[in-house]
Ligand binder design. Structure first.
Ligand SMILES: Nc1ncnc2c1ncn2[C@@H]1O[C@H](COP(=O)(O)OP(=O)(O)OP(=O)(O)O)[C@@H](O)[C@H]1O
Ligand SMILES: [Mg+2]
Length: 248
């Protein structure tokens, strides 16, 4: 090998080995949200947060403290009144509604307390949905959705509609739907809130197993600090629209 080839190879090796700084998964600066309908409610007050990529964060706090408001902003379901919010380097406060729709389909997966499955569709079709938006051909979609339903323990329920599933099973479908697109960030709002304690324990174990396997950024909002401790390695407390770090 010529000297210059050796140098080029060494240079390429160095470039491969140098760590690449991934943008932080979530950054908020002076983020505020005011609901201004019949009643004026300041739900978030100049809130700051930094979540590095791959971190699992629980936001705990009393009812009405602003947890779901924050999650809805992160999910791209609502817009801040002022301040900045970035997810994976995307400034959500600046996106057009089309860009926001693409963000919801590609970048995040959301697990809700009330599952939010489409009642007219089967478990398989519900999980397939994010892949339809991603433009995957039908066969590939069905195969991938079936694989995810298998991962959440529901390969025997592919053709059931939500009303033919138990609450725990519906949440398993919703988890598969949230993860099937392999989103950068997974958000969960009280994912065990509608379940009895035994089923809630199983769902916590499932989310934990899937988070451990993927190393994905995960933000959970809950009033249940026990669920927060079991699923996350960092905890923040929301009170009156502001966040404080909770010592480990
Ligand atoms: N669409 C809305 N319009 C007006 N006020 C709202 C709206 N949504 C929420 N709020 C108010 O904003 C505050 C924060 O609500 P949020 O739903 O974020 O609380 P939370 O911490 O998720 O509570 P919980 O634990 O009960 O789910 C509350 O005072 C609530 O009444
Ligand atoms: Mg809430």
């Amino acid at each position: 090998m010529h000297d210059c080839d050796v140098r080029r190879t060494q240079h390429a090796e160095r470039r491969r080995l140098e760590p690449v700084d991934a943008p932080p998964a979530i950054v908020a600066r002076q983020l505020s949200k005011v609901y201004d309908g019949a009643h004026h409610v300041q739900a978030l007050r100049a809130l700051d947060i930094d979540v590095p990529s791959g971190q699992r964060v629980a936001v705990v706090g009393k009812s009405g403290s602003g947890k779901s408001t924050l999650l809805n902003l992160l999910a791209g379901l609502d817009r801040p009144t002022s301040g900045e919010l970035q997810v994976g380097g995307r400034p959500l406060h600046e996106l057009t509604s089309n860009e926001m729709a693409a963000y919801r389909m590609q970048t995040i997966g959301v697990i809700f307390q009330a599952f939010q499955l489409i009642p007219q569709r089967t478990a398989l079709q519900n999980v397939e949905l994010p892949l339809v938006f991603a433009g995957l051909p039908k066969n590939a979609r069905q195969q991938k959705a079936a694989e995810w339903l298998k991962r959440v323990g529901l390969s025997h329920r592919l053709d059931h509609h939500p009303y033919q599933l138990s609450g725990g099973e519906q949440q398993r479908v919703a988890i598969a739907r949230a993860l099937v697109n392999e989103p950068q960030v997974v958000l969960a709002d009280e994912p065990t809130g509608n379940l009895d304690s035994a089923t809630a324990g199983e769902i916590v174990e499932l989310i934990k197993e899937l988070c451990d396997a993927s190393g994905r950024t995960f933000l959970l909002v809950t009033h249940d600090t026990d669920v927060g401790h079991r699923l996350c390695n960092r905890m923040l407390r929301m009170s009156d629209g502001q966040l404080d770090e909770v010592a480990a």
